[in-house]
Design a protein around this ligand. Structure first.
Ligand SMILES: C[S@@+](CC[C@H](N)C(=O)[O-])C[C@H]1O[C@@H](n2cnc3c(N)ncnc32)[C@H](O)[C@@H]1O
Length: 202
């Protein structure tokens, strides 16, 4: 096994050809979060599960830097972060059949019709995500946007390799996410309804 990398920030060049055991220095199960924002969920989950590795992806440099600083302050050794497009990562870079879990909370809804092509969760992304999950791997999605949720739900439940599973699975830890993502707290205060879905790969 290679030595653990000293830095939790992973540059795009390091993702061109990598394996999770090389990145983390061990072969524990890997959970991926795309669009961490300030990474409240990722930090909480990583501290609760030191027996898992966590990879957080955030495109916005402001939030990415905030998340990296936060992880450094808390000295979590089982987290790595990258500033990269989550769609590209999933389609091209993520090792196939490697993820124990995928977390996507409050993906940008791009509500206007002409913007919807920018949405993260689209058919090509879903196909790539399924390939990246291990068999039995878990994928949880939460959004306050009803129309985007209907699209996501149809894509995930329509995929022959995915089946629905409880969102609040204590082993998986999504329950712990309920009040933990920054946008969730903000939206619940505003009285918005949450839409949640969890699936597993067969
Ligand atoms: C609405 S925020 C939600 C943040 C966090 N998940 C939460 O619930 O508090 C969406 C986040 O996803 C990030 N994001 C959007 N598209 C992305 C992409 N393609 N790759 C990586 N991050 C992305 C945005 O920069 C933003 O920080």
């Amino acid at each position: 096994m290679t030595e653990r990398k000293p830095s939790l920030a992973v540059g795009p060049a390091e993702l061109e050809a990598f394996t999770w055991p090389e990145m983390f220095g061990n072969d524990r199960p890997v959970e991926l979060e795309i669009g961490t924002g300030k990474a409240a969920f990722l930090l909480r989950r990583a501290r609760a599960r030191p027996d898992h590795n966590f990879f957080g992806i955030e495109w916005a440099s402001k939030y990415y830097r905030f998340a990296v600083d936060r992880m450094e302050r808390w000295k979590v050794s089982n987290v790595r972060m990258a500033r990269i497009d989550g769609g590209h990562f999933m389609r091209v870079l993520c090792p196939r059949e490697s993820l124990a879990a995928l977390h996507i909370y409050h993906p940008d809804p791009w509500p206007k019709r002409r913007q919807q092509k920018r949405r993260l969760i689209q058919p090509v992304f879903v196909e790539a995500a399924v390939q990246c999950l291990r068999h039995g791997g878990h994928w949880a999605v939460q959004t306050d946007h009803a129309e985007y949720f209907d699209v996501i739900r149809a894509l995930l439940l329509g995929h022959p390799e995915l089946y629905q599973t409880p969102f609040d699975d204590p082993e998986f830890g999504v329950e712990a996410a309920r009040l933990a993502t920054n946008y969730e707290i903000k939206y619940l205060r505003e009285g918005r309804r949450m839409h949640q879905l969890a699936v597993r790969r067969r």
